[in-house]
Design a protein around this ligand. Structure first.
Ligand SMILES: Cc1ncc(COP(=O)(O)O)c(C=O)c1O
Length: 383
């Protein structure tokens, strides 16, 4: 018989979601079943109201004054692609952190944009003193993965943003892992393009995410990634130049956004600080349980995710054993972030990754620690 499930794959997507998320999604289908901005009847208006509510809540969550500066996309990958394709021009130069995800590296490569990797310490934390040296005349953007999805290292975005501003460069933050875990304020943190995904720390469903545009961004100079129907200015073949329509063509994911709205509200109701404290406590427990175990190598920062490798044990076998014997669900490999693994020295085999959520219990962490220790001991004995 399989042991009970212990879900520690929250860096891939959070699970479980608070009950209010699925309830809000069901309610949206029943009550807001029209197409927002595409009709004057009550179902379309209800959908439009809901869309505005989640836009407003998202703006407020990230400290943006104008809800219309939030553009929803289907995930952060789409949000990053929107910004890179819309903002960068041939000949531009970009600086990236040493911990970037392929959501950044693949579009940059495909676009043929030249980039440099910012020097970091051995954990991949950007060395602030090195940034200025890397800036070129044509550097237009700095891209920072706020919290690494491999090790949980958190980058000092506010200070990086300050340096960017002093040099008239823009800052894009990949907040896939940090949103919901770490308070992020678009203005105070000096962010120009705040990209987020809805289905991780914000507890929304998959298929939600977006960009929040900072005040310095001239929207008119960002080319849309997708063009089409917006329900506005339909007499014209040209894409509207105003927000949110400029970047939101096609019918929005109302049901998904209803779930995101509920996830954000749940965080507000619980208190983000309280949730973060709980996850920190669980991560401290996990770290201290694993760090002195012979044969276990730990890759960890201050966030809600960490990675390990076990001497003499293949990651795939370790993950299969963890699930079969202890019910622990995890993710192994490169986590779509080969650059981060090159930085940490874990390329090409990658790591075994664990990520907690407020629904994780101390008992779950105890079992996980014991499971990893047992595997390390067994592997050592086989040597
Ligand atoms: C740091 C980081 N960036 C980008 C992504 C891509 O997220 P999504 O699949 O929601 O677009 C992820 C998630 O895997 C991530 O951890």
């Amino acid at each position: 018989m399989m042991p009970e499930m212990i879900y520690l794959d929250n860096a891939a997507t959070s699970w479980p979601k608070p009950d209010c998320v699925s309830e809000a999604m069901t309610d949206a289908i029943r009550r807001c079943g029209g197409n927002p901005g595409r009709g004057g009847h009550r179902l379309a208006l209800a959908a439009g109201e809901l869309l505005y509510e989640v836009r407003e809540r998202t703006a407020e969550f990230f400290g943006a004054d104008d809800p219309f500066r939030v553009s929803f996309t289907s995930n952060i990958t789409m949000a990053v692609n929107l910004v890179l394709n819309g903002f960068l021009n041939p000949g531009d130069h970009v600086l990236v952190s040493p911990m970037e995800h392929n959501a950044v590296m693949r579009p940059l490569t495909a676009m043929g944009i030249s980039y440099d990797i910012l020097p970091g310490d051995r954990n991949g934390k950007v060395l602030l003193s090195e940034i200025q040296r890397k800036i070129r005349e044509n550097t237009r953007l700095i891209i920072i993965c706020h919290e690494s999805n491999v090790s949980g290292i958190v980058q000092p975005i506010r200070k990086i943003g300050q340096i960017a501003r002093e040099n008239n460069i823009f800052l894009l933050t990949d907040c896939a892992q940090s949103a919901g875990h770490i308070p992020i304020h678009i203005n105070t943190d000096n962010i120009d393009f705040l990209c987020f995904t809805g289905h991780k720390g914000l507890f929304g469903p998959t298929g939600t995410g977006g960009v929040v545009f900072g005040d310095r961004v001239d929207i008119g100079r960002i080319r849309p990634l997708v063009r089409g129907g917006t329900g506005s200015l339909s007499e014209s073949f040209d894409q509207p130049d105003f927000l949110p329509d400029r970047f939101e063509s096609g019918t929005q994911n109302i049901c998904g956004l209803a779930g995101l709205n509920a996830g954000l509200k749940w965080i507000e109701d619980q208190g983000q600080e309280k949730l973060t404290q709980r996850c920190r406590m669980l991560m401290d427990q996990l770290r201290s349980g694993l760090e002195l175990v012979p044969g276990i190598h730990l890759y960890s920062g201050e966030g809600q995710v960490l990675s390990i490798t076990i001497d003499g044990l293949d990651n795939g076998t370790a993950a299969a054993e963890l699930e079969e014997r202890w019910g622990i669900m995890t993710r192994i490999g490169l986590h779509c972030a080969p650059l981060a693994h090159k930085t940490l020295g874990t390329f090409p085999n990658g790591t075994i990754r664990f990520a907690v959520s407020p629904f994780t219990t101390q008992k779950d962490i105890e079992i996980c620690t014991e499971g990893c220790k047992t595997l390390a001991e067994e592997s050592w004995k086989k040597k």
